[in-house]
Design a protein around this ligand. Structure first.
Ligand SMILES: NC(=O)c1ccc[n+]([C@@H]2O[C@H](COP(=O)([O-])OP(=O)(O)OC[C@H]3O[C@@H](n4cnc5c(N)ncnc54)[C@H](OP(=O)(O)O)[C@@H]3O)[C@@H](O)[C@H]2O)c1
Length: 322
């Protein structure tokens, strides 16, 4: 297993130089050394959420180009079907399937998993990419805060429901798309729904991503013997509809330094496909390099918090499903 390098670790811990690495310049500095991703995903099935926009869409084009049978999960029929058609037309890959689900609703996540288990005898890669960063605290029709529901509970539930199929399909991979924002947050298990104090969208988002990092590490440990790897990644700062819509101020200031969606999604595709990470699990990646998961004290979660997180998420699933 590759451990985080000294230079990356120092840059991450010094935050500002670390943030430089998130820009287009950081990507360009690193990518010249990479070999091309010369691999075929023919015969492999990849399920990707949030495939209709930004990084998920870009990753979907690349994965289809590598020959994968691709299941695009989207919430809007027209947008998802258009994405499928464009991918097939551009790559010549007609093994691109649409599955519809509003991932902020656990009932729909359940139904999605049921359909996937029925229709996909083999799932080789699951990419949990969909996420939101709403400015205001909003509740879903199931009564859950939207950021928590979409960014943490939904990938938790989808992954738990699909793990048996991933085990059966081993070697298999799970890739969780996180954010460098996670570095600024611990996990507040008693406030997963972001109801205490003034709502701060970025904080709610960072907390959910921290939760998904903890789950990544726990699943990696639990699945170690099963040849199902679980990794998390940070795309850097990329120019996507999500960033423009959710962080307009940040977008305006940083626009000329943002990566393209292709640059931001490179490590998603690499973690899903590259032979050199077939045995690597439980790590947090940026630009094909492992990075530390914490830079601030007390943000990694105490053993009790990490244990309680699982119980609390399970409790929310049971409560929501009645
Ligand atoms: N871009 C960056 O700089 C950056 C930085 C750090 C982390 N990330 C992470 O990268 C991932 C992709 O972000 P992005 O920038 O590409 O964002 P984006 O352009 O907003 O794309 C988000 C995707 O998630 C889907 N989605 C959102 N809510 C959903 C729901 N309830 N049900 C089903 N699908 C839903 C969206 O569907 P619609 O098309 O229907 O809206 C869209 O396909 C996220 O996990 C984000 O946290 C991005």
């Amino acid at each position: 297993m590759k451990t985080p390098g000294l230079i990356n670790t120092v840059m991450d811990r010094l935050i500002l130089p670390g943030a430089f690495g998130f820009t287009r310049l950081g990507y360009e500095l690193r990518q010249w050394a990479w070999p091309s991703l010369d691999v075929s995903l023919q015969g492999k099935t990849v399920v990707i959420t949030g495939a209709t926009s930004g990084l998920g869409r870009s990753a979907a084009f690349s994965l289809a180009g590598l020959g994968a049978r691709l299941v695009l999960v989207g919430r809007d029929r027209e947008k998802t079907e258009n994405t499928r058609d464009e991918i097939s037309k551009t790559t010549g890959n007609d093994q691109v399937i649409v599955q519809l689900a509003d991932l902020s609703l656990m009932a729909e996540v359940h139904e999605l998993a049921e359909r996937l288990l029925r229709d996909e005898p083999q799932i080789d890669v699951l990419i949990n990419n969909a996420a939101v960063l709403p400015a205001r605290r909003t509740l879903t029709t199931e009564g859950l805060e939207l950021t928590f529901a979409t960014d943490l509970l939904s990938p938790y539930l989808l992954t738990v429901l699909l793990i048996p199929r991933l085990r059966k399909s081993a070697p298999a991979r799970i890739v969780n798309v996180l954010s460098g924002g996670m570095y600024f947050s611990g996990i507040d298990v008693g406030n997963l729904q972001n109801e205490k104090g003034r709502f701060d969208g970025s904080r709610a988002y960072a907390r959910a991503k921290r939760g998904l990092m903890i789950l990544t590490e726990q699943w990696a440990d639990e699945l170690r013997e099963s040849r199902v790897t679980v990794n998390a990644m940070h795309p850097g700062w990329a120019d996507t509809p999500g960033v423009e819509g959710s962080l307009p101020g940040f977008y305006k200031v940083t626009r000329s330094f943002l990566r393209t969606a292709e640059q931001g999604s490179d490590t998603i595709v690499w973690l899903a496909a590259a032979p050199e990470v077939s045995d690597t699990s439980g790590q947090f990646w940026l630009d094909r390099e492992p990075h530390v998961t914490t830079v601030l004290p007390c943000t990694g979660g105490t053993p009790a918090e990490r244990r309680d997180l699982r119980k609390t998420l399970e409790g929310y699933v049971e409560e929501t499903m009645g």
